[in-house]
Design a protein around this ligand. Structure first.
Ligand code: G3P
Ligand code: CA
Length: 279
């Protein structure tokens, strides 16, 4: 079957007469807990997501992989070695890659003890569990890690009926465009740490080009790339720009002065205090 000249998501903002990221434009500056509140709790666990919500983060970021038997689960690395007790549980030399473990095997792991005794027994969460925990409480900021699971992620979001709540981002333009083939109207972000050019405007234009091609309406970049000219160029194009990952209050303040729209941080309580939204 011949492919349409424009993907469906391309026409959606025209049909709706608004930007796909309008919701986030309206919400204003966004405080996003990175991998949950991941200094005080073990990253990408339900405990870390819950703490991010309790501390008042408007968005909670986490990373998604697919297990060997097709389940979407939360994990940052390709393998489970850094953030679980895999080596104590499996001594038969099997692979520690998420993509080669079943959900049942992943569920045997302790994903909390490496961080602190208080979190001993935390499990590797499924994507659905994470979404249910955040439903109606904070924006799930879903990072799609492997480039080939964009459709799987979209189908779960659709199944749970939370298209209006989520934000989806990836370093992989393919993951974003695959996601949009299923859910054209969901706001997405193109993640990038690529400097490309010393010229900030050129850099912004290249990031915008890739974002547009994949259907994203937010650029989420490494904070070192977000100088004033870069942010202004993104805004001139009516995109939003968020940055990752900022834990230093002086840098947070500087980026806010420059007009950044959102900051992803391991220490949301610090950023919330700075913005006057703290407990
Ligand atoms: O949210 C963006 C940030 O999480 C990207 O980097 O390596 O922490 O997934 P990483
Ligand atoms: Ca991430």
């Amino acid at each position: 079957m011949p492919r349409a000249i424009f993907p469906a998501w391309f026409l959606l903002p025209l049909l709706l007469g608004c930007s796909m990221s309008e919701r986030f434009h309206k919400e204003g500056f966004k405080v996003i807990a990175h991998r949950g509140s991941s200094v005080e709790a073990p990253e990408n666990t339900l405990g870390a997501l819950e703490l991010g919500v309790k501390q008042g983060a408007g968005g909670v970021e986490f990373d998604v992989y697919k297990s060997g038997d097709g389940w979407l689960v939360l994990m940052h690395d390709k393998d489970v070695l850094r953030t679980t007790n895999f080596k104590d549980v499996f001594t038969d030399g099997r692979s520690a890659k998420v993509s080669e473990l079943t959900l049942a095997e992943l569920r045997k792991l302790d994903a909390g003890s490496w961080h602190s005794p208080a979190y001993a027994g935390e499990k590797v969460p499924t994507f659905e569990e994470a979404l249910e925990l955040l439903r109606g409480r904070a924006t799930p900021v879903i990072e799609i890690k492997p480039g080939d699971i964009g459709r799987d992620v979209a189908m779960i979001v659709q199944k749970l009926g939370i298209e209006k709540e989520v934000f989806v981002q990836s370093f992989s333009p393919r993951a974003i465009s695959d996601f949009h083939e299923v859910l054209p109207g969901v706001t997405t972000g193109y993640l990038t740490g690529r400097k490309i050019s010393d010229n900030s405007v050129e850099r912004a234009r290249e990031h915008l080009r890739i974002a547009r091609e994949s259907g994203a309406s937010v650029v989420v970049c490494n904070y070192r790339l977000a100088d004033r000219e870069y942010i202004e160029e993104i805004h001139r194009n009516e995109f939003l720009v968020w940055v990752y990952t900022v834990d230093d209050p002086a840098v947070m303040r500087l980026l806010m002065e420059r007009g950044i729209d959102g900051i992803i941080t391991n220490v949301p309580s610090v950023l919330l205090d700075l913005t006057g939204r703290g407990e």
